[in-house]
Design a protein. Structure first.
Length: 313
């Protein structure tokens, strides 16, 4: 089985397509469905997740600010044989992709996934999505451009091991300012101990034809299913496309609620002081350490299959 997985991984690196990366891809630590539509319904529960990102937490004179909102909903249907859901996001800050591409700052997508049992604890999920996205137009007339998109993904799971690959958003029409569409491969394993603790570790590979290949690494330690402490190294795109080092904490509040917080330790902010205030005859611009604060809330409901009682790392 390991040789087959390695073959699939290498084989996929040869594929390519064209479009843009959307802002919602950055928040996959709390919304895995943002990278792969096959995740819809995978946990067997009705799940609603909201994320609020803000920088800085308290606005200061002369310093730029940003607030972003992300939302996801998914549920299993037809005795867990299918999954459905949607993604939505709104950001006031768009960041640059390599070679001039721009990340979209507003979007909505509907998602449908199919589960296929392979027996012996092995499952394969296939998902697709259709959405609409708004891209800010930079260096051209107009303020934004709306375009349709589609995406696909596959997810293979065996016990605590997960392998997934996807292209979540390819454009349906030509845009002369576009860059290549990212494709993603995810590998993850959950190590469980007899004491009740667990470590979820994995990697995300994003590759773009003709541009680059970026690798993310992450690990989340769960103590007695009561507290989760995570560290996420993100090369695949964060604020303004720069790498991010995110520390996170998650706390389950009963079986239905989970809250979490994340902070980017590599984040910077730009402050601009007018002439005179800065002690200079000209306006001055400088950067200071100020990463995004991320707050997330998840609410889950049972569908009658009893899976709400199972802990989801």
């Amino acid at each position: 089985m390991s040789k087959r997985i390695l073959f699939i991984y290498v084989f996929l690196l040869g594929f390519s397509a064209t479009a843009q990366q959307e802002a919602i891809r950055m928040v996959y630590p709390f919304i895995p469905m943002a990278l792969n539509p096959a995740e819809a319904g995978a946990n067997g529960v009705i799940s609603v997740t909201g994320i609020f990102r803000k920088k800085p937490l308290i606005q200061q004179f002369g310093m730029s600010s940003s607030s972003q909102q992300y939302f996801s909903f998914d549920k299993p249907v037809k005795n867990d044989a299918w999954g459905m859901g949607f993604l939505a996001y709104n950001t006031d800050q768009a960041y640059a992709m390599p070679l001039g591409g721009i990340a979209s700052n507003l979007g909505l997508a509907g998602i449908l996934a199919k589960a296929i049992s392979l027996g012996r604890g092995r499952d394969l999920r296939v998902g697709g999505q259709i959405g609409i996205n708004q891209y800010p137009v930079i260096g051209r007339s107009g303020t934004s451009e709306l375009t349709g998109s589609y995406g696909w993904g596959f997810l293979y799971k065996q016990d605590e091991f997960t392998l997934a690959f996807s292209q979540p958003a390819a454009q349906m029409q030509e845009m002369n300012w576009r860059s290549s569409s990212p494709m993603y491969i995810k590998g993850q394993y959950i190590f469980k101990t007899k004491s009740g603790n667990a470590i979820k570790s994995g990697s995300i590979v994003r590759f773009i034809q003709g541009l680059d290949t970026q690798i993310d690494l992450y690990s989340v330690f769960w103590w007695q299913e009561r507290l989760g402490f995570g560290l996420w190294w993100q090369n695949t795109g964060s604020e303004l496309g720069n790498p991010a080092l995110i520390g996170s904490i998650e706390v389950p509040l009963g079986k239905n609620f989970k809250v979490g917080y994340g902070y980017d330790f590599l984040g910077e902010n730009v402050s601009t002081l007018p002439a005179g205030i800065s002690g200079s005859a000209n306006a001055t611009t400088s950067t200071t350490a100020s990463g995004f604060h991320q707050i997330f809330l998840r609410y889950e409901l049972d569908t009658g299959n009893g899976k709400l009682a199972e802990f989801r790392h």
